[in-house]
Design a protein around this ligand. Structure first.
Ligand code: FAD
Length: 467
């Protein structure tokens, strides 16, 4: 029987990063993945393919602004969806190949098959051809991720009533895509097809889209997306989803009991994701799950069994690739006897629409609810030279700082390149910077990052320079 210091089940950003760090720290490491392509949800059917399609559709949308820039395009410009999706797949294949390279480079042994516990120290790997082998390990990390969830009355046929996985490889641009759930995944994929020419309607149970983020970001994103043509039905509860041939009818009821019936040719169900432990046989090892199906862990990501850890989407907290990665590193370092730490308050959240939406720390709603006295400073991108030069003037940066100490408590932004700009806010908050600290740092001109400095100036003595 092969024997290891650590075996990781699942090769998503949590699992493969944990494997690399364990190997770097001198552990004999193996990783088990049931699919032939490494990288998990993120690389195969999540972050990377969705960003590839967002990039392609963004290029297409940009064409509409070429004339403003004095660029004349003659002849037809058409979308070749098949080619766009093939390009996306090439990006995925290359990235997954990169993970395989990293496993080989770090001498991590890769087992292809379904990993299931035999005991707290042995895992059976069942391969596609039905054959199996049992491997043994001192420590085991569960990194089995998540799968799309649905509503009990919805029949997902994966053809017309689809999840994000199918939305990444549609055979045609929908005429009318009805999206159930206005969270990050629904809105990002909605914008892809909106740009490609689909009518897109979003039905959301809460009173606003991207409900987990600061309300000011939801408001601005809704405004911009409405301008682009997206339709919203917020505070609407979906009652039924019926398919007849190529027509999908979604019925939803608002808070006054009025029913709206939306007829589309595709409906994307993006109501969240559920932790995935099917086939893991966690019971055989004595690993406890929570009522919500997550693997139960303590602050060190240790399960109810002391040599078994769990990370990423399968445990509590934000379902984000970079959160899973941090947890992978943390567990590897704990196993090596180190004392790592993650500040979960400083895990940024990003929506990769254009304009991009990004945030870190506390929202205004959270600060109000916890009774923290705070001050707020905002700066609009339209007042920024670089934004005007590029023609990307939608959005703003908002900084929330402690009313007494001036420590930055939250940074919320929507606008061009915010997915990258948020890193400045994370660094500042990691070092417990005050808004005044940020306002005193030189930011290159002209850049989008100047909006952060100006928002910090607005938060301290209301002294922005350019509004
Ligand atoms: P996963 O990536 O889900 O990987 C788990 C792996 O375990 C899978 O490969 C699975 O096959 C394998 N596995 C499961 N059970 C077994 C078993 N018993 N034996 C062997 N293998 C097993 N996050 C971001 O941060 N940024 C984004 O832009 C972003 N975009 C997204 C877009 C979409 C459309 C979706 C669906 C998700 C997106 N996410 C994004 C979320 C991100 O993909 C997840 O948070 C991340 O993949 C979680 O990583 P993980 O390692 O916990 O699990």
């Amino acid at each position: 029987m092969s024997s290891f210091d650590v075996v990781i089940i699942g090769s998503g950003p949590g699992g493969y990063v944990a494997a690399i760090r364990c190997a770097q720290l001198g552990m004999k490491t193996a990783i088990i993945e049931k699919y032939s392509s490494l990288g998990g949800t993120c690389l195969n059917v999540g972050c990377i393919p969705s960003k590839a399609l967002l990039a392609s559709s963004h290029h297409y949308q940009e064409l509409q602004h070429f004339a403003d820039h004095g660029i004349e395009v003659s002849g037809d410009v058409k979308v070749n969806l098949e080619k766009m999706i093939a390009r996306k797949q090439a990006v995925v294949d290359q990235t997954s190949g990169g993970v395989k390279y990293l496993m080989d480079k770090n001498k991590v042994e890769v087992f292809e098959g379904i990993g299931s516990f035999e005991s707290a120290t042995t895992v059976k790997v069942t391969k596609n051809d039905g054959s199996s082998e049992v491997i043994e390990s001192k420590n085991i990390i569960i990194a089995t991720g998540s799968k799309p969830s649905s509503l009990p009355f919805i029949k997902l046929d994966k053809e017309r009533v689809i999840t994000s996985t199918e939305a990444l490889k549609l055979p045609e641009v929908p005429k009318h895509l009805v999206i159930i759930g206005g969270g990050v995944i629904g809105i990002e994929l909605g914008q892809v097809y909106l740009r490609l020419g689909a009518k897109v309607s979003v039905v959301e149970y809460m009173d606003r889209i991207i409900p987990g983020m600061d309300a000011s970001l939801s408001k601005e994103l809704t405004k911009v997306l409405k301008k682009q043509g997206m339709k919203f039905y917020t505070s609407h509860k979906v009652k039924s989803v019926e398919r007849a041939g190529d027509v999908v009818t979604v019925e939803a009821e608002n808070t006054k009991g009025e029913v709206v019936s939306l007829e589309g040719d595709y409906s994307l169900v993006s109501v969240g994701r559920r932790p995935y432990t099917d086939g893991l046989n966690a019971d055989n090892a004595g690993v406890k799950l929570t009522d919500r199906g997550q693997v139960e862990v303590n602050n060190h990501l240790q399960t109810s069994v002391s040599n078994i850890y769990a990370i990423g989407d399968v445990v509590r907290g934000a379902m984000l690739a970079h959160k899973a990665e941090e947890e992978g590193v943390l567990v590897a370092e704990i196993l090596a006897g180190q004392k790592p730490h993650i500040d979960y308050n400083l895990i940024p959240g990003v929506v990769y629409t254009w304009p991009e939406v990004a945030a870190v720390g506390q929202t205004e709603e959270q600060l109000k609810e916890s009774g923290v006295a705070y001050k707020s400073g905002s700066f609009p991108f339209k007042a920024l030279g670089r934004a005007r030069a590029g023609g990307d003037t939608d959005g703003f940066v908002k900084i929330l700082a402690d009313a007494k100490t001036d420590e930055v408590l939250g940074v919320h932004m929507i606008g061009a390149r915010c997915a990258d700009l948020i890193a400045e806010a994370v660094v500042a908050m990691e070092f417990r910077a005050s808004a005044e600290d940020i306002s005193r740092m030189s930011h290159a001109h002209p850049t989008f990052a100047e909006a952060i400095k100006e928002a910090a100036m607005a938060a301290t003595d209301n002294r922005p320079l350019h509004v």
